[in-house]
Write a protein that binds this ligand. Sequence first.
Ligand SMILES: Nc1ncnc2c1ncn2[C@@H]1O[C@H](COP(=O)(O)OP(=O)(O)OP(=O)(O)O)[C@@H](O)[C@H]1O
Ligand SMILES: O=P(O)(O)OC[C@H]1O[C@H](OP(=O)(O)OP(=O)(O)O)[C@H](O)[C@@H]1O
Length: 214
Amino acid sequence: MSDVLTIAMPKGRIFEEAAELLRQAGFQLPPEFDDSRKLIIDVPEEKFRFILAKPMDVPTYVEHGVADLGIAGKDVMLEEERDVYELLDLKISACYLAVAGLPNTKLNDVAPKIATKYPHIAAAYFREQGEQVEIIKLNGSIELAPMIGLADRIVDIVSTGRTLKENGLVEYETIVGITSRLIVNPVSYRMKDERISELVGRLTEVISGEEIRS
Ligand SMILES: Nc1ncnc2c1ncn2[C@@H]1O[C@H](COP(=O)(O)OP(=O)(O)OP(=O)(O)O)[C@@H](O)[C@H]1O
Ligand SMILES: O=P(O)(O)OC[C@H]1O[C@H](OP(=O)(O)OP(=O)(O)O)[C@H](O)[C@@H]1O
């Protein structure tokens, strides 16, 4: 078996913080890593192969074993429920999932509409609350839904709270806090345990150092 570790990196917001964390852990990543349209980047000096995926797809690559490891938001892990292990809370890209809507509005008694990019998380949340809802799946600009009457509430990510505020929406409930996680394919974890443990050890040092400083 090759001793190269293939890591699925999420394109987009998490990427920069994840790359910074790897560098702080002492891994040498070339400049092209940060500014390239390539979807596969080999770093032979570190025996790493990076694949650049949509954040929601990272657990899929890891579950199928085409990536040994991946970096994914806890939101993605909860929504996708893939057969992978979560190794480490990287404590980056912090945000949370919340229920929001127009201010001073009560939920319909009969199947209120909930717009979200996270249909499984939203369905599970309202089931636990004992509320029957109709889920409407959207792919972005979720805040639009209550503003134009598509939905009574949204389930979406909040970070600074700016998007809710600027669109006149309020938060009703917090569902769960989110950070990014290091995930691993169960077979890779057994077969490449030495290299993976070394990576986890080095990342843990950086993460716990950050915690002590902050
Ligand atoms: N303000 C935020 N909004 C959305 N995701 C955030 C935010 N802050 C941190 N995150 C994390 O970043 C991940 C999403 O990253 P990003 O927005 O790049 O991807 P995306 O939602 O798939 O975007 P797109 O579909 O527009 O490419 C989430 O899974 C979450 O863990
Ligand atoms: O609390 P804030 O800091 O305002 O961040 C939250 C917003 O950011 C995300 O949207 P994104 O920018 O990914 O755009 P999208 O609507 O296309 O998903 C998320 O879906 C919220 O709309």
